[in-house]
Structure formats: structure tokens, C-alpha cells
Design a binder for this molecule. Structure first.
Ligand SMILES: Cc1ncc(COP(=O)(O)O)c(C=O)c1O
Length: 340
């Protein structure tokens, strides 16, 4: 590994593999030269559409060093499908799945040497930006763009062990607008920033759980679950929040493990009552599965269980990590082997 900094001590996302893949979209066609080049700056015109009118989106997935020393990307095709969906929902023609898939694999293979051993991984960031030069195009999409894939060696999100999170439940301000909920777009994160910073300052919260009108959906960067010894509950999918790939994986694994799985609306009142006996956790590519120790709602601080990571949360986390690292059989076809 040629990065001099240690991914286990550097902040998540601040180190980079030194290669990237790039395709140019112009005149209706995506052109990819085939193969990775050096990670380097772009030169963008100051009128670039993405910088003014938000014609941009991205993905976040991981390649893991496997138990046997090989390298595997977790749920590549699901992330490719979501990126294509994001670009389409921004009303621009997406690349074919095969092209994006190839660009991700090429980027991972070119940066394979940057992959830290578990619990670290190579975080992969496919990105799309609309590059039309037109500051008058507020009401029309970009007609040209750049699609690229960069990578970042990352350590364990929970350096020093898993720490139960304190969550502030926000019932008034939404994370984003309903028509943008399923798009992995920077605008959504910008919208969530204000309420998240306020909750960190005013309530010493780690994260905000958005529950507009009492209807629990997701936090700023993860999905939300309730679990006990029998049941696993999460919000049913609609267009208002991100359809997490980790969320889908947890639902499948929990059903395999014998939990009764419920996808439905989760009212805040149920969360309060659940805290008396059950567990709660967040799910996402970066954090994997993160236990919740405390919820802050309506001026009340409510502890979940004894405030420590719950047994069922840790069991599900282990099952997920085992499949990501190739320790268990890939019965659902979630791992894509890559060279390196
Ligand atoms: C808003 C939001 N919700 C949920 C998730 C979890 O999605 P995934 O499990 O695909 O990483 C993420 C992270 O990507 C996110 O940013």
C-alpha cells in the first residue's frame, strides 16, 4: 500500500487509491477508454451544470479482503442498479449496467493494493456530474457529463470497539423532499446537515433519526431497524427515503436466521414502547450495523435495554460481516470476486 497514512487512524474517506476510471457522456454516448488512469483533478468550466443546478449523484460500496486472501465486492449489481436509478431520476440517460459494472471492477483492480485487511476495506465511490456549460439551464437537465469511480481505503468505522449511538428523533423537519428520497444525491445530505448539526450541538446526538409527523424513515446516512429475539422491523419502502443495500441484506439474513421480518410503517410511539424490551440499530455501507443505545425524543432521553449493544444486533452484524468477508457461503450471490 503506497498511501503513507494509516486508514485505521485517518478520518473515513480522506485517503484515496491512486487510480480512477472515467467515462465521458456526450452526444448521447458514454465513452470509456477501458482501464484505470491516475487519480487526477478535473478541469471544470465555472458554468458547469452540476455546480449550479445539482445534476450529480453517487454511490457507496465496498470491496473486502476475503478470508482466503482474494478480493470481493459486496452487492455490486445492487449498487450499479441504484446508481442507474439515481441518474434516471435526475432526468438524464444513465449508462448501461455493464459499463458501470466494468468501470467499478477496473477501479477496484487498479487500487487493490490499497485495500486494508479486515475490519478495514476499500470503499468505492462511483460519481456522476453533469458538465453542460450553461447557467441558464435551471429548468433543463445537463446533456453531457462525466462518470467516474474513485476508491478510498477505510478502517473500521468503530475504531476501539462498537459504541452504542445516541439518536435524536426529529419529527418536524424532513431529511429531504419526498421526490428526492431515493436518489443518492448531494442535495439530500446538504439538507440533512442543518438539523444534524443542531441536534449534535443541542442534544449531544450522534445522528438524527428523521420521523416526519411521527413516521420513522432513516437517519442522514443509514436505515433504521428494531429487533428483539423474535422480530425484525423496519419501515416499508416508498420513494421518500434511500433503499439501503445493507437494509436489504439485513432483511434477507434475518429471515434466513428465523426472525419474523416486518416491513411496515414504524410510528415513533412504537419506538418508545420498544425501548423497554427491544434493541434498535442503524444499517449502512459505512457503518455496517451500528447499535443504538439511547433515543432522545420530545424532551425525553430513553435508554434501549441496558444501553449496551444488544445480542440480536451483534448476531446480525456478525452474519453480515461473515458473508462480506467470505467466511460463510455466498448463498445469495452477493460477492463479486475481483483480481488483486
Ligand atoms: C440517507 C441514507 N440512507 C440509507 C443508507 C444506507 O444505504 P446502504 O446500505 O446502501 O449503504 C445510506 C448510505 O448510503 C444513506 O446515505
Amino acid at each position: 500500500m503506497s498511501n503513507t497514512q494509516d486508514p485505521f487512524t485517518a478520518p473515513f474517506g480522506t485517503l484515496f487509491g491512486d487510480k480512477m476510471t472515467v467515462a465521458e457522456w456526450k452526444d448521447g454516448t458514454y465513452t470509456y477508454s477501458g482501464g484505470a488512469g491516475p487519480l487526477e483533478n478535473f478541469s471544470l468550466h465555472p458554468a458547469t451544470h452540476a455546480l449550479h443546478y445539482g445534476s450529480t449523484c453517487f454511490e457507496g460500496l465496498k470491496a473486502h479482503r476475503q478470508h482466503d486472501g482474494s478480493l470481493g465486492i459486496f452487492r455490486l449489481d445492487d449498487h450499479v442498479a441504484r446508481m442507474i436509478q439515481s441518474i434516471s431520476k435526475l432526468r438524464m440517460p444513465p449508462p448501461g449496467a455493464e459499463l458501470l459494472r466494468t468501470m467499478i471492477i477496473d477501479a477496484v483492480e487498479a487500487n487493490a493494493g490499497f485495500t486494508p485487511d479486515p475490519p478495514g476495506s476499500l470503499y468505492i465511490r462511483p460519481t456522476f456530474i453533469g458538465t453542460l456549460r450553461n447557467i441558464g439551464a435551471a429548468a433543463s437537465p445537463s446533456t453531457e457529463g462525466l462518470l467516474y469511480v474513485i476508491t478510498s481505503p477505510v478502517g473500521d468505522y468503530f475504531a476501539g470497539g462498537i459504541r452504542p449511538l445516541s439518536i435524536y428523533v426529529e419529527t418536524t423537519i424532513p431529511r429531504t423532499t419526498p421526490q428526492f428520497g431515493m436518489i443518492k444525491s448531494g442535495a439530500n445530505y446538504a439538507m440533512a446537515l442543518g438539523p444534524t448539526l443542531d441536534a449534535k450541538r443541542d442534544h449531544v446526538a450522534d445522528q438524527v433519526l428523521f420521523a416526519t409527523g411521527g413516521d420513522i424513515t432513516e437517519t442522514g446516512a443509514s436505515n433504521f431497524f428494531l429487533v428483539d429475539h423474535e422480530r425484525l422491523i423496519t419501515r416499508n419502502l416508498d420513494e421518500s427515503f434511500l433503499h439501503g443495500v445493507t437494509r436489504a441484506s439485513v432483511l434477507t439474513l434475518a429471515a434466513d436466521m428465523g426472525y419474523r421480518v416486518e416491513e411496515r410503517s414504524v410510528p415513533v410511539e412504537e419506538l418508545k414502547a420498544w425501548a423497554e424490551h427491544g434493541e434498535a440499530f442503524l444499517s449502512g455501507t459505512a457503518a455496517v450495523i451500528a447499535p443504538v443505545g439511547k433515543i432522545m425524543i420530545d424532551g425525553e432521553d430513553i435508554q434501549l435495554g441496558d444501553g449496551r449493544p444488544g445480542e440480536n444486533t451483534l448476531k446480525l452484524r456478525q452474519a453480515l460481516v461473515d458473508i462480506q468477508l467470505g467466511r460463510t457461503e455466498d448463498v445469495h450471490g452477493w460477492r463479486t470476486p475481483v483480481a488483486g
